[in-house]
Design a protein around this ligand. Sequence first.
Ligand code: ATP
Ligand code: MG
Length: 459
Amino acid sequence: MNNQSAYENVVVALPDYAVAAISALEACGYEAWCVGGCVRDAILGRDVNDYDIATNAQWADTEKALTAKGFTVHRTGVKHGTVTASLDGHAMEITTYRTDGEYSDGRHPDSVEFVSSIEDDLARRDFTINALAYHPSRGLLDCWGGLGDVDRKTIRAVGDPAKRFREDALRILRGCRFASQLGFSLEPATKQAMWSCKMRMAHVSSERITHELTELLLGEHVHDALMECIDIIGAVLPELVAMKGFEQHTPYHIYDVWEHTAWVVQRSPRTPLARWAALFHDGGKPGAFFMDGDRGHFFGHPLLSVDITRGALARLALSPAFVANVLTLVQLHDRMIPATPKGVKRALATLEGDVELFRALIALKRADALAQSSLSEPRLQLASDLETVLEAVLSTEDVFTLGQLAINGKDVMSLGVPEGPGVGDALAQALDAVIDERVPNERNALLSFVAESATLTSN
Ligand code: ATP
Ligand code: MG
């Protein structure tokens, strides 16, 4: 171990509750430090998610010391030496110094061994930037050169990278995720080991993979991370690999399919729905591609993208409703929607009136156009026009869902249409006619329209 002394010139402002927890433990004769991501993020000036504390006290002693000072303590992971302590609504995980055995669930080590020094505890951590400890009076303890790596914006494994990724393959995806969140690069030996150990990610639970990939997609530097990590994340999302380096041969594009995709993700709203849809929207392009003279074409690619997306997302821990929305966005990303009230109402009807999904679709269309050549500028204007028209439509009483129609399924059946899909079809035709302004949304007019259409069909 590279036992560097504390850096005194780094001052991190810790919140009162974290300082209070450290003081409570040290007043009882133990030692305690803030550790991990909170130190990293505080040095970087980023918002800190949670403050984690490491101590040489056993969990039961931690519980005693902190309850005496007014903390509420929950035994959230005592098998691994962790309790969660809260003061004034602020919760912290406090964990006894330990080293970890294997993480077969990719989340909790199978066995832990408690150790006596903070240095040994830091040595079990994944990356140097996460192996920093900070104490309000002793300052920064940096045994692995984490501060230098923060300065150099580098993600470097603690110790032998391949060994660390064989112990726990989740670290591979964590590294890609930190690259995206922090805008850091992977140190070459660390990257090489992430690449060579990537197939071990098959042992990580789909929940953990899904969580890390979603966080990666939401990262501020997602374009750079996707470009840097495609050969690594390809082991969990092999559907993406064919996009890498796939030239488009069209004046509408300046990037290959993968770099285009990386930019679309970057320029999409920072929501899981928008980002997952952006990641897969052109996944069907390599399969749909053909050349006509010197021009590349991808007719029909959205439907192939839908199949590819469905297959990939089925392996992840995502809700069926979320997946359905991603598939809808992928399918419609390229669909021409006229920026007229009728065009917008028809699109809303297709989306069963889901206004938020329509907004997400417009945002995807905008991000898609932003990642193409200047020939695609009219599509940007179209996205803005769609937004304007959508707001105008929403400010009226105009009808765009079956539920808003002045008739319902019972009315349709009372006209003699037998129960079954015919009822929905009749209502859909009625909605279409109302949107088209061929029939007003009035009960009698709609009943005559349905009766007339039913007669026409039966003849
Ligand atoms: P964030 O909270 O933003 O996700 P973090 O770095 O705080 O980032 P946590 O999952 O909260 O990540 O973990 C806290 C610390 O625990 C990390 O900074 C790291 O030191 C250590 N750690 C977490 N997971 C692992 C792992 N799989 N292998 C080794 N160390 C880990
Ligand atoms: Mg954390």
